[in-house]
Design a protein around this ligand. Structure first.
Ligand SMILES: Cc1cc2nc3c(=O)[nH]c(=O)nc-3n(C[C@H](O)[C@H](O)[C@H](O)COP(=O)(O)OP(=O)(O)OC[C@H]3O[C@@H](n4cnc5c(N)ncnc54)[C@H](O)[C@@H]3O)c2cc1C
Length: 381
């Protein structure tokens, strides 16, 4: 078995200065009144995204010539952590900021970078992830959506599923097959930058168990993509997509999604102190501190150019299991039943989190698949 260690996270003076600035900026808002902000990444608010963009807090790692702040990942981490802790509505731009922009920066052509990155950094361009397909969610190597080469571009046909925010995104990063599947399962996949207004793209809503329309089924019916839409190298989509997943899996959004509920719980405990409540809180906070240390360590590794895929998979698995435990531990500690219509903020938030928590260990990679990556990385399989 190979050794696994998480290097000491780097502390950034610039980052800590930014932390104070972000807190001051957030003082002008109050997102805590809405139970829906107790889970996931707050709301979808274009105005707020633009305000953050104007402060330079989106696309922070992009070079300045593409509208970024030229910061490192560690500074970006600090800002994101503060936004999540305040339950700020960052859903609109979060995929573009977290991974699509990074992907274009690394593999995109100059035209894609010049055109799109400044708009992402301004909080005006939203992205969705076109990876999962019906019958091949976890098994990305089996995707069947196909791009066929034609004069001046590609014709794409197939279907994507569980595509979060496809109905309100400007672009999709599409993973599809550009040559027939062979014995080498990871060969023949490519990524494309898809303008969601392209004729032949149809979004069909899927309503989740919380009754909310966030994700979709997306059908591509002979949609024409110009040559310039290809991202990186034809046939190297697997390598590119797995590097993108390290950004998707390790960040603070993988263990802070339900922090709002924990905060409401603390307010209740202040009013009605209890030994059970204190024990539950202590247990959760200890987990939280450890996860934060591990996740900051991954950010440090990625910013140092190290391969952190194994570490990111571990943080994602532990982080989302933690997120799933929160509502059950709290519910039992206070013997409170969730109620989405309750006027009491804690009970309403609890109901919201109970309905959203099951998706934690599925979105961004199921726990079984992540554990398989970890086992392989440790030489156990
Ligand atoms: C809230 C939410 C948002 C999402 N957003 C997006 C998005 O924006 N874009 C996108 O592309 N996808 C998105 N997804 C899809 C998500 O990534 C997939 O649902 C996930 O990868 C699982 O795929 P599946 O649902 O097809 O299940 P399957 O892959 O069929 O898995 C079914 C079960 O089998 C297990 N399993 C599968 N393969 C293995 C294996 N090799 N070993 C052991 N067990 C295995 C799984 O762990 C799971 O328990 C989202 C999902 C959710 C819940």
């Amino acid at each position: 078995m190979s050794n696994l260690s998480f290097p000491r996270p780097r502390q950034s003076e610039v980052g800590e200065r930014l932390r104070a600035e972000v807190r001051e900026f957030l003082d002008d808002f109050d997102f805590r009144g809405d139970p829906h902000t107790a889970s996931v990444f707050g709301g979808f608010d274009p105005e707020f995204s633009e305000a953050l963009g104007a402060r330079g807090w989106i696309g922070m790692g992009f070079p300045q010539r593409y509208g970024g702040g030229g910061y490192g990942l560690v500074e970006r981490y600090v800002v994101l952590e503060e936004l999540l802790a305040a339950r700020a509505p960052i859903t609109a731009h979060s995929v573009a900021d977290r991974q699509s922009g990074q992907l274009l920066l690394r593999f995109g052509n100059e035209r894609q970078r010049e055109e799109i990155l400044p708009r992402i950094a301004a909080g005006k361009s939203y992205f969705c992830i076109g990876m999962s397909e019906p019958d091949s969610g976890s098994d990305l190597a089996s995707v069947r959506t196909r791009a066929t080469k034609v004069d001046g571009g590609w014709l794409v046909s197939g279907a994507k599923i569980w595509t979060t925010n496809a109905h309100r995104s400007h672009y999709m990063i599409l993973l599809c097959r550009t040559s027939p599947a062979t014995q080498e399962r990871h060969a023949g996949l490519s990524q494309f930058l898809v303008d969601m207004k392209t004729p032949g793209i149809v979004c069909k809503p899927i309503v989740n168990i919380a009754g909310v329309h966030d994700f979709n089924e997306v059908h591509l019916q002979n949609a024409f993509l110009p040559d310039e839409a290809l991202i990186g190298v034809e046939g190297e989509g697997w390598k590119q997509v797995t590097s993108e997943l390290a950004f998707e899996r390790s960040g603070p959004e993988r263990f802070l999604s339900h922090l709002g509920l924990l905060e409401e719980f603390v307010h209740v405990l202040k009013r009605q102190p209890s030994a059970e409540g204190a024990k539950a809180l202590g247990r959760l906070v200890a987990h939280l501190a450890t996860l934060r240390r591990m996740s900051r360590s991954v950010a440090t590794m990625i910013s140092d150019g190290q391969d952190a895929a194994l570490h990111a998979a571990l943080v994602k698995d532990l982080g989302t299991c933690f997120e799933q435990e929160i509502p059950e531990i709290l519910r039992l500690a206070l013997q409170t039943e969730p109620d989405p219509n309750a006027s009491d903020a804690y009970r309403a938030a609890l109901a919201h989190v109970v309905l959203n928590a099951p998706s934690s260990t599925i979105r961004g990679g199921t726990k079984e698949v992540l554990r398989s990556i970890v086992a392989k990385g440790l030489g156990l399989r």
